[in-house]
Design a protein around this ligand. Structure first.
Ligand code: GLY
Length: 400
């Protein structure tokens, strides 16, 4: 880096300043390496060695949130050092897709929408563009034509995982729309549109709660059954899944102009709002309500803030914005880390996977990323998130 991101801080907004100071610390500490998915006692250890990569290597589904935070921090602060930090991750993401390192899952959207796609948007970096197209190609390779869904996990012939899609995957569809816009090839966007519709049809229950995962028969295309992986029960509503539904359906509605997808986002949003405790930050599963001893999931809160702001923009209904601001106020007041606390995460009190005891009542990278994105959305309501088409100038160039 050319200068210390710690010098970036200087906004008039105290919560933005605090968040930027923590992002700067992350950049200074990790450089081009990666922290683990979640904190341990509020501190991010280095990412464990996996998939043949050493400690701190670029593996698993959450590493895109790291450059994503640097891009967003650069937008919030205008500071060059955050831009340098974001750009320094491009070669690692190019290598990851070139060498197919831990990329056989649906999360390529989370990885490339927040790392290489912004490098193309900001810098016209052609290696970043090629890597993003390669990631979209790989994601499209997981599409089951008959069922019309992109398989979440595992080998496409794995009998346990074959034909299973998960609600989180809605956030990976913007990568496919991006690839169609960039290449002119409609196959990516066609698959994304059909996938979003299949999830709308099967994963939202009549009471507007959502399944976490749902399996289609890849041979016949028939819908089979829903179940949970990280939620409390198969028929409960995992809070982060419902939040992915709000933001994911809203982005897919925006990308397709399809009112049925917007209606899906609104249904997910209304149900989510109806299950919130007084401070607006959900318990890790929406089956738990006010007064429960269970943990909150602050990351579901920060994702929902971004989703509700998108739903408010698309519907023009101010109630969604007012709930988003209430959640964000609570996150800022009671869940955000003060830089002088010595802790690393931007947001405390998240839950990764309660069923497996992973990241319970800890910070996590996606909660931190969406909190920062939420702060930027509120500071700059005209900012176009990386999930959506970048604005272009009159001569067709992408605006920085
Ligand atoms: N996308 C994985 C999770 O939300 O835990």
């Amino acid at each position: 880096m050319t200068s210390s991101p710690a010098s970036a801080v200087g906004s008039s907004n105290g919560s933005v300043d605090a968040a930027l100071a923590l992002v700067a610390r992350l950049a200074n500490r990790f450089g081009t390496l990666f922290p683990a998915d979640v904190t341990t006692d509020g501190h991010y250890p280095p990412r464990p060695a996996r998939h043949g990569e050493p400690e701190g290597g670029n593996t698993d589904w959450t590493t895109g949130f790291v450059p994503g935070m640097y891009w967003v921090a650069s937008e919030l602060s205008g500071n060059q050092s955050f831009l340098d930090a974001a750009r320094s991750h491009v070669p690692g993401f190019v290598r990851r897709i070139d060498q197919r390192i831990d990329v056989d899952h649906h999360d390529l959207g989370f990885l490339y929408t927040l790392s290489c796609a912004p490098a193309w948007r900001h810098d016209g970096d052609r290696t970043a563009r090629s890597a993003t197209i390669a990631a979209a190609d790989h994601l499209l390779g997981r599409y089951h034509e008959k069922a019309g869904v992109i398989q979440a996990w595992g080998d496409l012939t794995d009998p346990l995982e074959q034909g299973r899609a998960i609600i989180d995957s809605l956030m990976n569809m913007p990568l496919l729309h991006w690839a169609s816009r960039e290449t002119g090839d409609p196959r990516y966007a066609d698959a994304a549109r059909r996938h979003a519709h299949q999830l709308r049809a099967q994963m939202i229950r009549p009471d507007d709660t959502t399944f976490h995962t749902f399996v289609w028969d890849p041979a016949t295309g028939d819908p089979m059954a829903g179940s949970t992986n990280q939620g409390f029960a198969d028929d409960s509503a995992w809070a982060r899944g419902q939040a992915w539904g709000i933001y994911g359906f809203a982005l897919n509605a925006q990308l397709t102009g399809d009112d049925e997808l917007l209606d899906a986002a609104v249904r997910c949003a209304r149900l989510f709002i109806s299950r919130l405790p007084a401070d607006g930050v959900p318990y890790w599963d929406l089956v738990f309500g006010e007064g429960s001893e269970e943990e909150r999931d602050s990351s579901a809160g920060s994702i929902a803030v971004c989703g509700l702001l998108e739903v408010a923009r698309l519907t023009g209904d101010p109630e969604f914005e007012s709930v988003a601001r209430h959640i964000l106020d609570s996150l800022t007041r009671s869940y955000a880390t003060r830089p002088d606390s010595g802790l690393d995460c931007l947001l405390q009190h998240g839950v990764y996977d309660k069923n497996r005891g992973k990241g319970v009542d800890e910070g996590n990278l996606w909660g931190d990323y969406f909190y920062l994105e939420a702060l930027l959305r509120v500071e700059r309501p005209d900012w176009v998130p990386y999930w959506l088409p970048a604005p272009t100038t009159t001569d067709g160039r992408v605006e920085a």
